[in-house]
Unconditional design. Structure first.
Ligand code: GAR
Length: 202
């Protein structure tokens, strides 16, 4: 069966990348194939996960380019060279412009560690999201997978899952629970849904 070729963009530990790799190995992403890992920095542990699983990887650093335009041109060239049809942002902390996201309309998905529209947008990433949820005092948080457009965390929602906040939670404890109960479950499901849609051409 022809599969949608996927690039996973990462910046850090890559536990969501690992969830995708494991799901693909279990046959849970029959319509997609992780063909490339693109990291924003060379110290991302996600690169080790790619190597250990025989997945091609590349590092593209924003600061090595004179402009956002040339940075994104380089990424586009790499994606084209590798026949990439779909992008997954899995803890990718570098910004993408509308020029780039519009090239891949309904072909880029992002995982965000809250129930959008809460605790999202500019400045809400990684541990900060959980700090903000605890500070506000919400009793339920979760994760969201959404399409990426020009608005930070503003694209159409694909899947969401709620996670309870428990007494005594720290940002680190909550982050781990949100990952285990929501992110690592949702992301492979959403990726298969979108990869399947792309195969069917809609
Ligand atoms: C994940 O919690 C992901 O949802 C979050 O960064 C972490 C990356 O972890 N992404 C954002 O906050 C994006 N706004 P990982 O590298 O272990 O997958």
């Amino acid at each position: 069966m022809l599969k949608t070729k996927i690039a996973v963009f990462v910046s850090g530990g890559g536990t969501n990348l690992q969830a995708l790799i494991d799901a693909e190995k279990r046959g849970e992403i029959p319509n997609g194939e992780i063909a490339l890992v693109l990291a924003s920095n060379d110290s991302a542990y996600a690169l080790t996960r790619a190597t250990e699983n025989g997945i091609k990887s590349v590092v593209v650093k924003r600061k090595e380019f004179p402009s956002q335009e040339t940075y994104e041109e380089r990424m586009k060239a790499i994606l084209d060279e590798n026949g990439i049809e779909m992008i997954v942002l899995a803890g990718f902390m570098s910004l993408l412009s509308e020029d780039f996201t519009s090239l891949y309309s309904k072909r880029i998905v992002n995982i965000h560690p809250s129930l959008i529209p809460s605790f999202c947008g500019k400045g809400f990433y990684g541990l900060h999201v959980h700090e903000a949820a605890l500070e506000y005092g919400v009793k339920v948080t979760g994760a969201t997978v959404h399409y990426v457009n020009e608005i930070p965390d503003g694209g159409e929602i694909i899947l969401q899952k709620a996670v309870d906040i428990l007494a005594g939670d720290t940002p680190e404890v909550l982050q781990k629970r949100v990952m285990e109960e929501a992110e690592w479950v949702l992301l492979p499901k959403a990726v298969e849904m979108v990869a399947c849609k792309l195969r069917k051409g809609n």
